[in-house]
Design a protein around this ligand. Structure first.
Ligand SMILES: [Zn+2]
Length: 74
């Protein structure tokens, strides 16, 4: 089991909500897989997931909606 570098707690697989402010609006992505520290709550998203989030944000940027809420599709 991986340890949290911040507090030494246990990292566990879970889900988080990712949100980003694009100035004209906000994109919220639900059910993003992440490793979450059971002690301090710090979250880590792997590079594959981060890449997908980047794509989601890029397409949301093009629609220019004020609020976009979607679920992460693995
Ligand atoms: Zn921690």
């Amino acid at each position: 089991m991986e340890k949290c570098p911040l507090c030494g707690g246990e990292k566990k697989q879970g889900y988080t909500i990712y949100s980003v402010d694009l100035n004209f609006g906000v994109v919220v992505v639900k059910k993003v897989p992440a490793m979450i520290c059971s002690q301090c709550g710090e979250e880590w998203i792997d590079s594959k997931t981060a890449k997908k989030l980047e794509n989601i944000v890029n397409s949301a940027r093009q629609t220019h909606s004020e609020l976009e809420v979607l679920s992460f599709q693995p």
